[in-house]
Design a protein around this ligand. Sequence first.
Ligand SMILES: *Cc1c(COP(=O)(O)O)cnc(C)c1O
Length: 428
Amino acid sequence: MQDNPSDWDRQFAWHPFTNMGLWLESQPLSIVRGQGCTLYDQNGNAYLDGNSSIWTNLHGHNHPRLNRAARAQLDRIAHSSFLGFTNPPAAQLCKELCQLWTPAFARCFLSDNGSTAIEASLKIALQYHQLTGNPERNTFASFSGAYHGDTLGASSLGGIPLFFRRFQQHHTPVLNVKSLQELEQHDPSTLAAVVIEPLIQGANRMHFWPKGMLRQLQHWCQSHGVLLIADEVMTGFGRTGKMFACEHENVRPDLVALAKGLTGGYSPLAATLVSEQIFEPFQSTDPSATLFYGHSYTGNQLGCALALENLAIFRDEPILARVNVASVQLKNAITRDLATLTCVTNVRIQGLVAALDLVHPVSKTPFPKELCMGAKVCLTARHHGLLTRPVLDTLVIMPPLCVSAEEINQITIALRNALLETHETQAC
Ligand SMILES: *Cc1c(COP(=O)(O)O)cnc(C)c1O
């Protein structure tokens, strides 16, 4: 065998959320180029990016404005430390992110990814209660099925046993509840904060919360002195049809975590936004008011320049209006091509997050886990020019926000063909 990048991968790389034994039995697909909603592999094959490169891409790959912004920033400087210094793109980004909300947030704490945005919000919440004389508020509540990232603090909040149970004894104390009703049964006096993915739990097979739940949760938190942390890492930046999912229920949480789409899907960058009330005790010159948290690349200039351009694209172009049009187109295409198949059930869509569950076409019950039907169908869809990653037997359609009507049709037809070609999902 010749030396080539795929061989090096098989020899040296370790992939996230991937069984490496199975990986080594497969031929890795290597993505070498992107244009708009299309990705190209090492052999020149084209695929639609059906999950926005794991929920990150907004305006398409190789986007002229984002490319230009990155190049312009590169010609000045790529990175300098935010520890003891500031820089123009980071400062401007903090201002713009805070002011995207009503009422505006008071401060923006930058970090590197969704997990760190959550870690920072947990530490800020704990220290806030310590500084304001409520050190007994030292635990968190989160929901079953929740996914807030993989670092140890963020994974403590996780409600997906397959991912997190193994690490449980090393986790920080968290009250994990199934619903708001269950949360209301518990004593709130030791809770620092409740963490929630607003509207949709992404990794929990795209589970949609009941309408009004987020607003009720905010009300419960406010009446019990518990902070509300919204994890908008997946839902932020237009994904659900509004800039942020919280806007659907007129909720302004105490803290918000942002990442994935922040740079339009170009580079890792994250932000934790906090309200005036949270920041207030941290303004003191007392040494105890220092937040001892940060990362080497905090305030990375290249990432911040990309994030600023992402926000400028939202201002200059009718992105949200387009998402809502595309959402209807996607819903219609799913109804036409997929919902009528006997192996498809529970179709759900909000903005450009669509999901459907696979069931046995005759018994209408879930397939045995060992069959890995979701993965099987998505592998077959590759042959029809579509890349997407399922969550177990839930198929996810989450294209970049710039997806065209024609591309939407290609996506649903590719999935239809994949379902019809896969023995177990065939209606016969
Ligand atoms: C992806 C995700 C995270 C973790 O973000 P990373 O950048 O992968 O660390 C946290 N919360 C939600 C809701 C996510 O979808």
